[in-house]
Design a protein. Sequence first.
Length: 109
Amino acid sequence: MESGALDRRGTIQQETVSRGASGQPISSWSDVATVWFLMLNQSGREVVAQREVLAEMTHVLKIRYRPGVTAKMRFVYGSRTFDILSVRDMNEGHVEMLLDCKEGRSQGS
């Protein structure tokens, strides 16, 4: 991977679920790592859900290889939140990864 190719900083987060005083689940997100990344491409569409039109953007983010990153995590860049849909180890070389992400309204936002 070229030095300087990753031009933005973002944070990988993991969800933690605990129980409240009355036993209800309480979800929170904690930082796993802050990493440099490159936004490779994006596409957008409108989705109709429950009679409401929602904008949805998909992105591919490139990061240095990091073990333990899964599709159960999310990626935060500034005020933007991306749900990680899949994680690909490029050429299975443990050098760089591609994160297929969805930005928009979701459970994790």
